[in-house]
Design a protein around this ligand. Sequence first.
Ligand code: DAH
Length: 344
Amino acid sequence: MADLAAVQEAALAALREASTVGELDEARVRFTGKRSELVAAQGEMRDLSPDERKAQGQAINAFKRAFEEAYETRRDALAAAELEDRLRGERLDLSLPPRRVPPGRPHLLTQVLDEIVDVFVGLGYRVAEGPEVESATYNFDLMNIPPDHPARQEMDTIYADVEGPSDVVLRTHTSPVQARVMTTTAPPIAVVVPGRVFRADAVDATHSPVFHQVEGLLVDEGVTMADLRGTLLTFARAMFGPERQIRLRPSMFPFTEPSAEVDVSCGFCSGQGEACRVCSGTGWIEILGSGMVDPAVLSACGIDPDRYSGFAFGVGAERVAMLRHGVTDIREFFEGDVRFLARF
Ligand code: DAH
């Protein structure tokens, strides 16, 4: 008959020494499983005398109880330790500074286009858009620029490569959207048109074959040049500052009569004729072209020029952005150098 007391001691020691739940279960199999000395001792019971059997039975039960209790205590301790370990391993230190992902933002040009549009939306204008690939009919004819008009040559038009005589151009200005709006909408009309335009220009510090304009158009009964002036003064002050003045100079555009080039007073010098890089000492900076919509344009677009009049203007977005932010080279807008882009 096995010495149960010694086996029990060895079993309890094995439980104490188990350092994982796995090792604990190995000990359980070894000391209480089918081939254990405990089970063998139970098998030997029938060969014992009644007195011996009673004593052995009590010893076996005591062993089982002691083992079970020690097993459970140890298992709970190991499970708690393992959980603790896992929690410690997976702990997140929320006080660590995050890895920096630089926030993106709209491109400077997008910001300026949005600002220009916002000024007019604030005055009650709607935003309109038109196609960048345009027909010569809208780009030229409806804007009062007939085929033999010198403005067609001056605009360095990029023609689309199509079969036969080409009527398809990349729009040279946003003005054709005036015609698209007027041929489809009855007055009163008040729209701003931001967009990309194209000209076959060589690239230098102030020229790019692709640039952006914002066109404005207002058509209603009784619209006068005073309305144009007031509107553009509001625009110039919103964009450049409340102290600015504007002046209108006589000019010539096929689609407006009369036409005016608009200058904004220089905010970078005293305007007293000193050497200024921005206004060359004149005190004035040209910012846009404008005028009263030519009655011939109204008629061609189906609007009665005897009842309605209107004004229009076109402003270059790159030019405004350069003046506002001291950018001296138009190529900066298109090169995508993050050192430039991150400044705005
Ligand atoms: N379309 C002209 C250009 O690209 C700019 C312009 C001038 C637009 C006068 C207008 C305007 O609407 O009235 O040079």
